[in-house]
Design a protein around this ligand. Structure first.
Ligand code: ADP
Ligand code: ASP
Ligand code: MG
Length: 423
């Protein structure tokens, strides 16, 4: 009997009606002869509301307590969903991440899964019950404390469980019909993408397309597990995320450009007047790494001959900005730079496509499209299959739209967004 893991995002279980609709979908899957394990997110915008609550109490909630608070969101939805399934005459058993065997490291707020031991899930399956697992959470191996996997982390719970259980596929149910050539909330002419490789999806996710959590795609690639991203509000076929080799076997023709992503969640930090000598960049980024801050773009200015110093700029998540600035301030006496500055009014816009490897001129067309939308570029970074720029946040829509049109990605219809608030 085939086994699939189905993950339902917050917008799919936003209220009682949504939960009943999802329960029916799960029971129908079982009745069609497929074993199913469910992973569920918190209802609607619950996680954001819990973060707002914590911030009303203190600007700096301790990581351990914030994780304990946030995991309550998924605990509510898993229990209510299990009740809705029971109401349809099928037994369902809800499990916290810890009960489901999701073992992580001890980094609160962005823990990594280090092992999955889903003994109780297998037992429930063997007993003919549907296991419902709270997404986004685990238990730290070292401290035994409850952890969260970072925003959007339920996707990763689903893929990690699917891999550990040897499932045939992982279905990610959300509020759009799959992956599009840009965020359909911002670009109504975004086109549906039927297939995408793990590599391209990893770049899209890393560059802000929050439809899939980055680590979930990394995990799926490692285990060669197909992901099917689709809407829980329709029966349309969604997007299959698969390996390049499988797509070649299926003779799926891959487009040169797969999409445009934008990210408003990053801040730009500049260390001003760093003495230009070997070891300073190493000291700066070692300290940042030790503070568990993930950085993305790095730009170093040309050294001015008069002062023999330079500026080093990088981007990091806004949620890590305070920690990054504090860490750098502490280094000031040792390195002897002038100051640390930050800017949160930025956006990152990226163009992604495996065809970039073999098609020259993509960067030039990208910059030309931004120029014609009057968008100024503040930093640039590239990978083999991606080009990204930092721009003013207020110009995000104009930039994304201009690039989408310039690369011929505009579709003829309008992309449907079924639910969610886009928060
Ligand atoms: P869920 O609550 O189901 O986890 P998310 O809000 O995390 O849903 O992800 C779905 C949202 O991702 C969509 O509503 C859409 O606005 C956004 N999104 C961003 N980029 C893309 C893209 N390229 N394709 C599809 N959706 C995208
Ligand atoms: N509820 C968590 C969040 O909003 C996890 C998830 O939805 O994947 O980030
Ligand atoms: Mg999500």
């Amino acid at each position: 009997m085939a086994l699939i893991v189905q993950k339902y995002g917050g917008s799919s279980v936003a209220d009682a009606a949504g939960i009943k609709r999802v329960a029916k979908r799960i029971v129908d899957t079982l009745k069609s002869g497929t074993q199913v394990v469910v992973v569920v997110s918190a209802m609607g915008d619950t996680t954001d509301e819990l973060i707002d609550l914590a911030n009303q109490v203190t600007p700096n909630p301790p990581g351990r307590e914030l994780d304990m608070l946030l995991t309550a969101g998924e605990r509510i939805s898993m229990a209510v969903l299990a009740m809705a399934i029971a109401d349809l005459g099928v037994e369902a058993r809800s499990y916290t991440g810890s009960q489901a065997g999701v073992i992580t490291d001890s980094v609160h707020g962005k823990a990594r899964i280090i092992d999955v031991t889903p003994g109780r899930i297998s037992e429930a399956l063997a007993a003919g019950a549907i296991p419902i697992v709270a997404g986004f959470q685990g238990v730290a191996q070292a401290t035994k404390d409850i952890t969260t996997l970072g925003r959007g982390g339920s996707d990763t719970t689903a893929v990690a469980l699917a891999a550990a259980l040897g499932a045939d596929a992982c279905e990610i149910y959300t509020d759009v019909d799959g992956i599009f050539s840009a965020d359909p909330r911002r670009v109504p002419k975004a086109q549906h993408v039927p297939y995408i490789t793990y590599e391209e999806m990893m770049e899209l996710a890393a560059m802000g397309a929050k439809v899939l959590h980055l680590r979930c795609v990394e995990y799926a690639r490692r285990f060669n597990l197909p992901i099917h991203v689709r809407s829980s509000f329709s029966d349309r076929v969604g997007t299959w995320v698969m390996s390049d080799a499988v797509l070649k076997e299926k003779k799926v023709e891959q487009p040169i450009i797969s999409g445009v992503a934008h990210d408003l969640s990053e801040a730009k930090i500049t260390v001003v007047g760093v003495p230009d000598k070997p070891g300073n960049a190493a000291s700066i980024f070692e300290a940042i790494a030790n503070a568990n801050v993930n950085i993305d773009m790095i730009v170093q200015n040309v050294t001015t001959t008069a002062t023999s110093s330079t500026d080093i700029t990088f981007t990091c998540p806004k949620t890590d900005r305070e920690m990054a600035v504090k860490t750098l301030e502490a280094l000031k006496p040792t390195i002897g730079f002038n100051s640390v500055e930050f800017d949160e009014d930025i956006a990152k816009v990226s163009l992604i496509g495996a065809g970039m490897r073999s098609h020259p001129g993509v960067s030039a067309s990208f910059f030309r499209a931004l120029a014609s939308a009057d968008v100024n570029i503040e930093a640039i970074s590239t990978s083999e299959i991606r080009i990204s720029v930092v721009i003013r946040a207020g110009q995000t829509d104009a930039a994304v739209q201009a690039v989408h049109t310039a690369f011929g990605l505009d579709g003829s219809g309008e992309a449907v967004v079924y639910g969610g608030t886009g928060r």
